[in-house]
Design a protein around this ligand. Sequence first.
Ligand code: DX5
Ligand code: ZN
Length: 232
Amino acid sequence: MIVLAPSILAADPVNLEAGVRRMEEAGCDWIHVDVMDAHFVPNLAFSPTVVKRLKQVTRLPLDVHLMMDHPETLLDAFMEAGADGITIHVEIGGAAPANPVSALLRKIRARGAKAGLALKPATPLSAALPFLPEADLVLCMTVEPGFGGQTLNETVLEKIEALRNTGYRGYIEADGGVREDNLKRLTDRGLTVAVMGTALFDSPNPAETVARLRNVGDWQSDLRGRTERKEV
Ligand code: DX5
Ligand code: ZN
């Protein structure tokens, strides 16, 4: 069963709590929190404070996607805020041995969160291979990061299948342009986590959309525990 992770980038930013509760009630599994630094991507989004407050209003795991040139500057803050998973981009690493990706993935894991590694559409899978043993999740961006509501980049399907064919046993996640009409083509190639912003937050009936999506794909997802709801 596919893990459904609505992205709050597509939510109404002045009614985030209502949007997140609607996704939780609809039966979604994780909340995807896009963080942007207006440098790695030409947009700005969500701070550790937002993660901290979301942690108090939903029991769903928070899947934090750091689209930042220097994620190390806020890693501790997002961990302390309660992130259940933190994903960094492989593109931030320069040439070894200065490449910080491995150390950052290990640090995320050491703090008890899922360590994720993201690749932009144009980044080849080969860039991620050295880090797979340290990644609980690989995010194959299916759009150029920065904005929701874009069209899925079909060339990424091949990357997802190639990743599955390496025997990688972690979560395989896609983010950007994932919709009801393309999800099966993604799960058939090994996708196990679908980040969906527009397709879920713009749905007139998210619970019905989730029910239809539930039948897509046959991947058992060993959902990483659901945290207890913290009383506000
Ligand atoms: C891009 C963002 C989007 C968003 C989901 O940086 O990460 O991919 O989460 O976008 P849509 O609305 O296409 O599902
Ligand atoms: Zn994202």
